[in-house]
Ligand binder design. Structure first.
Ligand code: SAH
Length: 324
């Protein structure tokens, strides 16, 4: 019995997200600071205006986790841009029944989907934080002038020719990754935003340009672990290939902005000003914790540089905030 890596990763992550509280194992940006979700909510509102303020508009989140980003975003837009709040219909793309239940407790008036396909066609603003990194990848290894695919067998990884040629230059032994669901999602979103004024924003980690190398990683109980341990016991992720993700939308005709470092993006959206404002009303210890959260998201040697922001927008739309 051997299995393609993407099939193994899909199965392992489905089991993991269905049975674990992932947030016991790792922390994501929305859980670090409320200003993250608030800033993305305001990004969505400003971008909605750039698109001509279509109403109604689908406000979609891919992989909402605990729902924190959406809750923070809605709080900010209710206060600052009530006409956007009035116009939005919330759609959440989430496959984990366990996380859906958690989201339902915090966001009542939403419609849940397994994938983008069932989100109604029409104007849309989509947000996705650490969603793309969870999508299953394939890996290919350069061997003797050809390519082998990495498969998962009972005793670990094996290599076999599968006829797939990633068509890139590589040295013997180099590993090249492909995330087919991410590229398909990018093309699907691009087709939608050609039909209706729409935008999608993703924040995730990965290098600025495609890089050869094995980026598959597993976190079990908060610690790095063997990705090929028992499926469902660890969170499996891989670096996002922003070059290929952007190109898949660009060939369809979408405008692509970024990737740019998350720290720069958040700073331009006013992360520190907003954090300072909030901190002024807090006890010194809470205020210090809030400032520390903002620095963790933005500082280059922490999450500010490895994480990137990329936006896909309808052709003809002005540059969305943070990418100017
Ligand atoms: N955005 C949240 C959660 C990130 S974890 C945060 O930043 O905290 C990844 C999320 O994507 C989880 O909600 C997980 O259940 C969901 N997910 C993973 N793979 C998915 C898939 N193929 N389809 C839909 N949702 C998926």
């Amino acid at each position: 019995m051997k299995e393609r890596l993407d099939h193994f990763m899909a199965r392992a992550n489905a089991a993991y997200y269905a049975t674990h509280d992932p947030f016991a194992d790792f922390t994501t940006a929305p859980e670090i600071s409320q200003v993250f979700g608030e800033s993305l909510g305001l990004w969505a509102a400003v971008t909605w205006r750039l698109l001509g303020a279509p109403a109604p508009v689908a406000f979609v989140e891919a992989g909402p986790g605990r729902g924190t980003l959406m809750v923070d975003a809605l709080r900010a837009i209710t206060r600052a841009v009530p006409d956007f709040r009035m116009a939005v219909r919330i759609h959440l793309i989430e496959t984990s029944p366990r996380l859906r239940a958690a989201q339902r407790e915090r966001i009542g008036d939403a419609v849940w989907h397994d994938a983008i396909d069932t989100v109604p066609d029409g104007p849309m603003i989509l947000l996705g934080n650490e969603f793309l990194d969870a999508l299953p990848i394939r890996q290919f290894v350069r061997r003797g002038g050809g390519w082998n695919e990495r498969l998962v067998g009972p005793a670990g990884v094996i290599e076999e020719s599968s006829g797939f040629d990633p068509a890139v230059e590589a040295a013997d032994g180099d590993v090249v990754e492909r995330c087919e669901p991410a590229e398909a999602l990018s093309a699907n979103l691009a087709a939608r935003l050609l039909r209706h004024g729409s935008a999608a924003l993703f924040l995730d980690y990965g290098p600025e340009t495609s890089a050869a190398g094995d980026s598959l990683q597993a976190i079990r109980g908060g610690q790095p672990a063997d990705p090929f341990g028992p499926p469902g016991t660890a969170d499996l992720t891989a670096h996002v290939d922003f070059t290929r993700f952007g190109a898949a939308a660009r060939v369809v005709g979408a405008q692509v902005h970024g990737p740019i470092p998350q720290g720069l993006f958040l700073a331009r959206l006013g992360l520190f000003q907003r954090t300072n404002q909030l901190a002024r009303h807090l006890e010194p210890r809470q205020a210090a914790a809030m400032m520390e959260g903002a620095r963790r998201l933005a500082e280059p040697d922490r999450m500010g540089r490895l994480f990137k922001a990329i936006a896909l927008v309808s052709p003809g739309c002005d540059t969305p905030p943070g990418f100017e």
